[in-house]
Write a protein that binds this ligand. Structure first.
Ligand code: DHB
Length: 395
């Protein structure tokens, strides 16, 4: 009996140093796992899973990351807020991450501030989001970041008259304002504008009206996923392409994972965006290969996947540097100025002043490559800062 007691005591003492350093970091992931937009959440989550599989082994000894996933079911700010509240108070997470939708990110922002919980945005793209809490950093994009330089590019590339159609909420309003400013500052003219409902839009009446006003180009923002395919179908079915109207927009309208569903109406569509699965950078080719190995040869990572992937890289950086003992302010300091020149999208940096992403924007054209549609990059605007913050001097 005494022998066993002393053996157990010795074992416990021997385990102590390990026990003292073992550290589990809890990350609350708020994402869209169900409903009509579940394909978007799946993109982000598959990237999170793949990153974990490849890099978990590089965490410091004894440090573990526990991911606690919650389903916001779509653009539902009340649900997102309740989930964030529960993750903070009940699950005691050290960080929050994820979030496809702008209204959800905006609803969570005050909770991150109050609890001093770092919140890594992996998608939501309205420019103002990063100004809503000093505990927010963003690794995705802003709609201004693609749409403003694209307005400049369009005006300089022989488009003189454009019509703007956007989903009627934050990112749509930003895409509209950004494109209009870039385009009209450089001599372009807006011949019409329309805002379309975010939920269950029927694009047909809008396309008919736009066709009747005969612009040279139609600039559109709708959220990626199935809406992009529905938009492309209405554009083709009503013959806007045959009427000589060029469809243009941020990359959401030709998102890589939906291209196989779009058909020939998408061919020739020009967009500006920060990521294409067809990019030939070695870091991207390695990423796409790993993705296809993991999820099947007919699957494709799109820009939301890259948001999830790079968000995990930033989270792992903060966890490694703090050896798993997470402090909110220290984490934000580590994210400010964080750089990664090996992102699948090219070099990226989190701007130390605004906590927002700085990245290349690429002009791309949908082409058939090896039998499948692809967003082929043909021009680069290097290291674009969110123009809304630059123009309005916002931090
Ligand atoms: C949001 C932005 C996007 O670009 C998108 O494709 C979907 C959602 C958003 O911020 O809500």
């Amino acid at each position: 009996m005494r022998f066993w007691k002393s053996l157990i005591a010795t074992a416990a003492v021997a385990l102590l140093p390990w026990a003292a350093t073992a550290q589990t970091v809890k990350i609350g992931i708020i994402n869209t796992y169900s409903g009509p937009n579940a394909t978007l959440g799946e993109q982000i989550d598959n990237a999170i899973k793949l990153y974990t599989k490849e890099y978990e082994k590089n965490l410091p000894p004894g440090v573990k990351i526990e991911l606690i996933r919650r389903d916001d079911t779509g653009p539902n700010p009340d649900v997102a807020k309740r989930l964030a509240q529960e993750l903070i108070t009940r699950d005691k997470v050290n960080m929050l991450a994820g979030v496809v939708w702008t209204p959800n990110a905006a609803a969570i922002a005050p909770l991150a501030t109050e609890a001093k919980i770092p919140f890594m945005i992996m998608n939501a793209g309205t420019a103002a989001i990063s100004t809503m809490s000093p505990y927010i950093a963003r690794v995705s994009f802003t709609l201004w970041q693609s749409s403003h330089p694209f307005g400049i590019w369009a005006a300089k590339n022989n488009i003189k008259k454009a019509f703007i159609a956007v989903s009627d909420y934050g990112p749509g309003h930003d895409a509209e304002a950004g494109f209009e400013k870039g385009f009209t500052d450089n001599g372009g003219q807006i011949v019409g504008k329309v805002r379309m409902p975010l939920a269950n839009p029927d694009f047909v009446p809008f396309m008919q009206r736009i066709k009747d006003s005969a612009p040279e180009a139609l600039f559109v923002f709708i959220p990626a996923g199935r809406q992009a395919t529905a938009l492309m179908k209405a554009f083709g079915d009503l013959g806007l392409d045959k009427a000589g109207i060029k469809l243009i927009g941020p990359g959401d309208i030709t998102t890589d994972e939906e291209l196989p569903n779009m058909g020939d109406a998408a061919i020739g569509v020009i967009t500006m965006h920060h990521y294409s699965a067809a990019a030939t950078r070695p870091a991207n080719q390695a990423f796409v290969q790993a993705w296809k190995r993991e999820y099947g040869p007919n699957t494709t990572p799109a820009f939301m996947a890259v948001g999830g992937w790079d968000g995990m890289a930033a989270i792992y950086h903060a966890v490694r540097e703090q050896k798993g003992r997470i402090d909110g302010d220290k984490t934000m300091a580590l994210w400010k100025g964080w750089k990664n020149d090996q992102s699948p999208r090219g070099p990226i940096m989190i701007d130390p002043e605004t906590r927002d992403i700085v990245q290349n924007e690429y002009v791309r054209r949908v082409e058939r490559v090896g039998g499948a549609l692809a967003n082929v990059e043909f021009e680069t605007i290097p290291m674009v800062k969110d123009p809304w913050k630059v123009i309005n001097n916002r931090k």
